[in-house]
Structure formats: C-alpha cells, structure tokens
Write a protein that binds this ligand. Structure first.
Ligand code: 5AD
Ligand code: SF4
Length: 504
C-alpha cells in the first residue's frame, strides 16, 4: 500500500476536537456546493447500515454530518452521489454481503464517475479486509474504522482534495467526542451510546478486537443528550453498549448502570427506557431492583445465553454456568413476572456435540424465551475459537440448529399466546407497511401490535387490546385510557400466574 494514502490524524482534547470537526464541515460544504452547481441539483447521499444497533446509531451520526454539509438523504443507492457502507464483521455472511454489493457500486461508478464511495465500521478494522479492498476494489474513495468516526468531516475534506483512495484506520482511541450533528431515523425514539467497546473477549467474538476496550461516556453528557432528545420529541430511548452492565466502572467517578438508569428515569417527558446488551455475568441485584420499581424501564431484557452446556460455556469464556444463568433468570422473573426475556444463541462452536445442543434446548424450555436470535457459529480470524482444532462439521451444526430453532419458535409462540386478550400500552411507531389503514405499535415487552389508525398519531402511547395473536405479533384495537388502566392491572395479575417456579 502507498503510505501517503494512509492518514493518521493526531488527537486533540475532545472539546477542541468537536470545534475542529465543525470547521471541517464548513470546508466540506464548499465541495458539496461545487458539486451541487455542477449537477444542477442538490447531491444525494445514501448511508447503508450492516449489523447491530450500535452501527445504526453510528450511521445516524454519519448522516448528520452528510446532511450538515449539504447532501440530501436517499435510501436508493443507485440514485446517490455519495454511498457509505457502515459494515459489520461479527459473522462472515455480513462481510460477504459487503463484497457482493461492492461489485454493484463499481458498475454504478462506471456510469457515474463523480460517485464517491466510502466504507467504515467494524469490518474495516481487519487488516485482511483492507488488503483485499486495496487489491480488488480500487474504486473505493475513503475507508475508515470504528475509532475515528468522529473524524468523518475531516476525512471527507481529505477525500474531496485527493483522487486516490484514502485509508485511515486507528487501532484504539480513548476519545469520546460529543457535540457532533446526528440525523435521527425516528422522531419519537432514539438510541444513545452509553459506552463503547468490550472487555469480555468471549472466545468466538471479534468485537473486542474491532471496537477496542470498554469506555463509558460521562453520565452528565448522557443525561444532557437525552434531555435534548426529549425536548425534540423523543419519548423512548435505548441505551446502547456491548455490555451495559459494566457501565461506569472505569469512570473517574465510578457509577453503576443501575444508578445511571435511576438518573435517566428522572427526566421529565421521557416515557420509556430500553437498553442492550446485558452480559449475564454482570447483571446485578441492584439492576433488578431498579427495573422492578421503575415505571419507565420496559419489561424486556435481552440476556444472551449463547449456549447451555457448561463445557461449551467455559470454552466460550462466558464466565457463567447453565445453573447460574437459570438462577439469574429465576431471580429476574420472580421480581418481574411480566418481563419478556430474549436471547442470542450460537450453534456449532468448536467441539459442540448434539448432546451439548440438547443442553441449550433445555435452557430454552426452562427460560421460555419470548424471542431468541439463533446463529450458526462463524469462524473469525484472530479469535481464540478460530484456532481451536475441533471445528464442527456442517451437517452436525445444521442438525442441531434446526432442532433448536423449532423449540425456540414453539416456545416464543406459546409465550406470545399468553398475552392474547390482554390490554397493554403501545408506542405507535409507524403506518403498517401492508395496510395503511393500520398503525403498528411496540409493546413494552418489544412485541408488535397492528391496529386501526383512527385519529392516533405516530409517537403517541396508547392502550391496545391484543385481540388476536398471530405467532410473533398481534392485531388489536385501541381502548379508552381510563378503562384500560384497570384492565392493564388485571392483565398483569393474570400474567403473573403464568410464571412457573422454580424454573430449574
Ligand atoms: N459466530 C456466530 N455468532 C456470533 N456472535 C458473535 N460472534 C459470533 C460468531 N463468531 C453472536 C452472539 C452475539 C451476537 C451479537 O452475535 O450470539 O450475542
Ligand atoms: Fe462479543 Fe462477548 Fe463482548 Fe458480546 S460480551 S461483544 S459476545 S466479546
């Protein structure tokens, strides 16, 4: 690789940094304005997100900067003048999708030479990826990683000033730059980063290598950001981190995640609080207690189990046993009988047998997950699991996976059916895609309900009767608020009776 393309901007302190980036936004705006004159219209940008909620939030930051400098957003790549892929590398299929779509971007660029193409996100933190792009995808204009996303405006200026591919990948950063523009996808709800990175090093996972060490944001900054969002119409926030339960441990003035939640709860006008993801090993009694007494924290906990066999859990470096996980779930369900628990599961970790998968299935049966994301193990170069010799043959993985998936779907369906006929509060999220006389709302437990719109607005909280359960969603109708509060209480009481203890 030619060295002169590889940028490494030095860091300044965080306030200076945001001022500097704002200056670069003004400079980039000149280039966009010139392009606008050349095209005779405002140029369009398309931000495509792969992967998790963290990436979705990062994409809002990218779009915030792009719109600030004069681009108009579009969701259609083929009509855009600037395309950026915010990539994921948690599993190999995400990488393959990026390479596949890059071929399409190449053909677009041949037809439209002024098209600029940028790549960022987790995949770009991998050396082998950069080498491959440098070798085979020379038409890409700009590449940067996860640690320097706050430099986006500056990188854009460098891109506009140069014809060659610009690559800027950092190995780490301790900077958290506040006060940059964000363009939110939804007016009524928003993700908020509370921490970055992960220190857990689960043996299959590439995240700690591409997202770096855990860094928590200052609680005051988090509260200030949420207050501003609420003033701007947001009623629901999702606090984001790879492992929110270890939030605050490394701050100068340490604070626990449960304490942060209590502060967020105080924000007037905020109606709902969600968070993700929780590592079972760090989920405290304090958190359970705060959730139990909260009127804003949603009755949903995403608690990845990954596997049910103690041998596999140990090889995965998860640092809990099946027994400990089940005890934790029991504690949570005892405190909050109406809580929905969801999970992530991997099948086919090195050395996993069909008997091990039976242990996972046993956990699913006992916990009664409301939903579970099931993944086939994907070998990630550089992780300890990739070097393990006992990789599982594909047919065995498939057999275990199919068996597990069936149990997961059956249990989720049974759980969903329990709520049929109940009255619950829903946040109205959008007009139904298939039928525009219906609205779609999200329940506190994260399930969706479709109901006739009437004069109800998007972003409103309404009481909905869940008339019919269709497996993974409901259809229903809005009920009168006063009446429904009594019904809601009855619904909850009935729901409590459906929990079976002990679960072990
Ligand atoms: N293979 C398959 N699934 C993985 N996950 C993380 N790494 C891998 C991998 N190498 C899953 C885990 C995690 C979710 C976000 O992705 O289940 O919780
Ligand atoms: Fe990956 Fe484990 Fe960190 Fe989650 S907790 S991001 S699975 S290393």
């Amino acid at each position: 690789m030619a060295d002169h393309n590889i940028m490494q901007y030095t860091s300044t302190n965080d306030e200076q940094e945001s001022a500097l980036q704002n200056k670069y936004m003004d400079e980039a705006a000149f280039y966009v304005d010139a392009l606008s004159k050349q095209l005779g219209r405002k140029p369009l940008c398309c931000v495509t997100t792969f992967g998790c909620q963290m990436n979705a939030r990062d994409s809002e930051k990218l779009l915030g900067i792009l719109t600030r400098i004069g681009y108009l957003p579009t969701e259609k790549e083929e009509e855009a003048d600037f395309v950026i892929y915010n990539t994921c590398t948690v599993r190999d299929n995400a990488n393959q999708r990026v390479y596949g779509r890059l071929g399409f971007l190449n053909s677009l660029k041949r037809k439209k030479p002024h098209l600029k193409i940028a790549l960022c996100g987790c995949m770009m933190q991998e050396k082998s990826v950069i080498e491959k792009i440098w070798q085979s995808y020379r038409f890409v204009d700009l590449i940067f990683g996860t640690h320097n996303i706050f430099k986006f405006a500056q990188l854009l200026v460098t891109m506009f000033e140069n014809q060659e591919m610009i690559i800027d990948i950092w190995q780490e950063t301790d900077q958290i730059v506040e006060e940059l523009p964000v363009s939110r996808k939804y007016p009524y709800k928003s993700g908020i980063n509370i921490m970055f990175g992960c220190n857990n090093f689960c043996s299959y996972c590439i995240v700690p290598y591409v997202r770096g060490r855990e860094r928590s944001r200052d609680p005051k900054e988090i509260i200030r950001e949420i207050e501003r969002l609420v003033a701007d119409g947001v009623v629901e926030v999702m606090l984001l981190g790879q492992n929110v339960n270890s939030y605050g441990k490394n701050l100068k003035e340490p604070i626990t995640f449960a304490q942060l939640l209590q502060e967020v709860e105080q924000i007037d006008g905020l109606k709902r609080i969600r968070f993700m993801t929780s590592h079972p090993k760090d989920l405290s009694d304090e958190l359970i207690d705060v959730m139990k007494h909260s009127t804003k924290i949603c009755r949903h906990l995403h608690l990845p189990v990954q596997a049910g066999s103690d041998r596999i859990l140990q090889a995965m470096n998860r640092r809990y046993t099946k027994e400990q996980y089940l005890s934790l779930v029991e504690k949570i369900k005892t405190a909050m009988p109406d809580i929905a628990i969801t999970t992530d599961i991997i099948v086919g970790f090195p050395g996993e047998t069909l008997e091990d998968v039976e242990e996972t299935i046993d956990v699913v049966r006992k916990v009664q997950y409301d939903n579970a994301f099931t993944f086939i193990y994907s070998k990630r170069t550089g992780t300890p699991a990739a070097a393990m010799e006992n990789q599982v043959p594909e047919e065995i993985v498939r057999e275990g996976f199919d068996k597990l998936l069936k149990v997961v779907q059956d249990t989720a369906r049974e759980r969903a059916a329990l709520l049929q006929g109940k009255v619950m509060e829903a946040l109205v999220e959008e007009v139904n895609e298939q039928d525009d006389s219906l609205l779609t709302g999200r329940l506190s437990n994260n399930m969706l309900v479709h109901f006739p719109a009437g004069d109800i607005q998007i972003g409103q909280l309404v009481m909905v009767s869940l008339d019919t359960c269709h497996g993974f969603y409901y259809t229903g109708h809005v009920v009168d608020k006063k009446l429904s509060e009594a019904q809601l209480r009855d619904s909850l009481r009935e729901l409590e009776k459906t929990q079976q203890f002990p679960i072990k």
